[in-house]
Design a protein around this ligand. Structure first.
Ligand SMILES: *[C@@H]1O[C@H](CO)[C@@H](O)[C@H](O)[C@H]1NC(C)=O
Ligand SMILES: *[C@@H]1O[C@H](CO)[C@@H](O)[C@H](O)[C@H]1NC(C)=O
Ligand SMILES: *[C@@H]1O[C@H](CO)[C@@H](O)[C@H](O)[C@H]1NC(C)=O
Ligand SMILES: *[C@@H]1O[C@H](CO)[C@@H](O)[C@H](O)[C@H]1NC(C)=O
Ligand SMILES: *[C@@H]1O[C@H](CO)[C@@H](O)[C@H](O)[C@H]1NC(C)=O
Length: 508
């Protein structure tokens, strides 16, 4: 570096210190015009009207009605089925550029396959029209944990390959009906966590697991094999849908179809080699499980080694079908975790996915319930996006979910959520500036809704919904005002103090 550049840098640094508000301020306009900022929801979590107009139960309804949330269900929830006009107006007033939501498969096609339910079809036409007429981009997920119970009962849902044809036929209806207005499609929400929560620890629908791995009792399951089988079928179903879109719709609708993954950002707990390797394994097992087949046509080597014959093999034909069947990868990102080696788990004869991964997650945030969800220690959006940039050829990416969990109804003055969002949006901008191909960001969630873990006990919303009020009135939290101001051009100070890695290491 020349002397002159050094001097300029020095002067710049001094200016930064003196005028942090002016210089270190982050604005919507710092992101490309084509970048989309929005917020999200999913069908079961907000729609309510669970038994109305021909909708049949999904595996999530069944899970809730079995008492898994202490009696809470989303039978009514935010009643977005009836209040969508009011909600879309609220979105427009807030300044959302995009709205991410999902279609309830069992509302559109009540038996999972076969005839379309005209009332369900009308609802989604109305919702999409309303969104589009307010100048908001619809980003639509086809299946957000809510497989029709009919298909689970008939052949075991995602455990069976029969799901591939049914999912593809359902997607075909959605593309044909809504694809003139919807350009951004996601096949599956959190494919990785769906397979693990649903089939390994049994914490989420369809509540399969087997001893000793379940974190709650499961009526059926096999934690050693089913997560891998479900994962394989999720990949095959996803890629069948992408192929269908490319064959039938791309040339007329010009949209894109992606997959959504839950993504921690994993860093080694210590700088010991075993922990560094464990952090790499975490990325291979939790992200590479889906990303490697989609980008390279096969599972990560370490998964094949550790899971052995329990991990299905791609035939040559399947590998060809899966490879490249992706227009974008979307991440739901909430926290950074520290990863510690636990290679001893590979000595167990009976293993599940976690034992095969042979690692332990250490959440670094103190005083949070659950840890890590409350406070920002090290925003990992840039790390996660860089990981895809460097290991998977910088594919188009979206951040589909990011937000802070707080006890529901604690306060409308949610300054901690604002700090969280500021830290992550600042971190996102760093990723954009460093060349990441990220195209959009959605906060989770627009409304406080029925959460996968904990139902109504916690909330991530920009808006609080009063469940004791017959009208289910929506109240803006401070974070709604803050996000709205940001979307309408107001800057915020890039000054959130973050713990550096050094501090984290030295505190251990
Ligand atoms: C799970 O499936 C494997 C492979 O079929 C079998 O060896 C194992 O006994 C099964 N475990 C349980 C708990 O059913
Ligand atoms: C591990 O990290 C600590 C703290 O940052 C540092 O003092 C030490 O030198 C590092 N050890 C190695 C082997 O890199
Ligand atoms: C939560 O909402 C209920 C219903 O509106 C209200 O009665 C209660 O006071 C609220 N609690 C808090 C802590 O705001
Ligand atoms: C919200 O809470 C913060 C921190 O507790 C406080 O400084 C601020 O005055 C409060 N704002 C409102 C509008 O109550
Ligand atoms: C920025 O991108 C370069 C080139 O891909 C990479 O080497 C570097 O690690 C990135 N920086 C950060 C902070 O991620």
């Amino acid at each position: 570096m020349t002397m002159r550049v050094k001097q300029l840098r020095h002067i710049f640094t001094v200016i930064m210190l003196v005028f942090p508000v002016l210089v270190g301020s982050i604005r919507r306009t710092d992101f490309p015009d084509t970048f989309v900022f929005g917020s999200g929801s999913s069908a079961y979590q907000v729609e309510g009207a669970a038994f109305e107009d021909g909708r049949t139960p999904s595996i999530w309804d069944t899970f809730a009605h079995a008492g898994e949330y202490g009696g809470a269900t989303a039978d009514v929830s935010c009643d977005a089925y009836h209040k969508y006009k009011e909600d879309v107006k609220l979105m427009a007033d807030t300044g959302l550029e995009g709205y991410r939501f999902s279609i309830s498969w069992s509302r559109l096609i009540p038996n999972g396959r076969g005839p379309v339910n005209p009332k369900g079809l009308q609802y989604y036409h109305n919702l999409i029209d309303e969104i589009v007429s307010h100048g908001i981009q619809p980003h639509v997920t086809l299946c957000h944990s809510d497989l029709p119970q009919a298909l689970e009962d008939e052949y075991g849902g995602w455990i069976s390959r029969r799901i591939i044809d049914d999912f593809t036929a359902y997607a075909d209806v959605c593309f044909k009906e809504f694809g003139d207005r919807v350009l951004h499609w996601t096949t599956l929400n959190e494919a990785n966590v769906f397979a693990l929560g649903g089939y390994d620890n049994g914490m989420t629908p369809p509540n399969h697991c087997s001893p000793p791995f379940g974190m709650r009792p499961c009526p059926i399951g096999n934690s050693s094999t089913e997560p891998y089988i479900a994962g394989h079928n999720l990949l095959l179903a996803h890629s069948a849908v992408v192929r269908l879109y490319r064959r039938k719709y791309t040339s007329i609708q010009h949209g894109s179809v992606g997959l959504n993954l839950f993504a921690f950002w994993s860093l080694p707990y210590t700088n010991k080699t075993v922990d560094v390797l464990a952090a790499q394994r975490a990325s291979d097992f939790y992200l590479g499980w889906f990303a490697n087949p989609l980008i390279f046509g096969d599972y990560p080597h370490i998964m094949k080694t550790n899971a052995g014959s329990r991990l299905p093999k791609f035939t040559r034909e399947e590998s060809k079908q899966v490879k490249g069947a992706i227009d974008f990868i979307a991440l739901n990102h909430y926290m950074t975790v520290r990863v510690k080696d636990r290679s001893t788990s590979l000595e167990n004869d009976i293993r599940d996915f976690s034992a095969d991964a042979a690692l332990e997650f250490i959440l670094t945030t103190q005083g949070a319930t659950p840890p890590g969800m409350f406070q920002v220690t090290e925003p990992g959006l840039q790390g996660a996006l860089e990981y895809f940039k460097q290991n998977y050829g910088n594919p188009p990416m979206y951040i589909h979910e990011n937000g802070q969990m707080t006890p529901r109804n604690a306060t409308l003055n949610d300054t901690s959520r604002i700090e969280y969002l500021q830290a992550y949006i600042g971190n996102l901008l760093d990723a954009v500036r460093n060349g990441s191909n990220v195209k959009g960001y959605f906060t989770w969630s627009f409304l406080d809704c029925f959460e996968l873990l904990g139902a109504y006990r916690s909330g991530f919303g920009l808006y609080y919904v009063d469940l004791n009020d017959k009208e289910l009135t929506r109240y803006p939290k401070l974070s709604a005002h803050w996000y709205s101001n940001f979307l309408k051009g107001k800057g915020f100070k890039d000054s959130v103090v973050l713990q550096t890695e050094d501090k984290l290491y030295s505190s251990q």
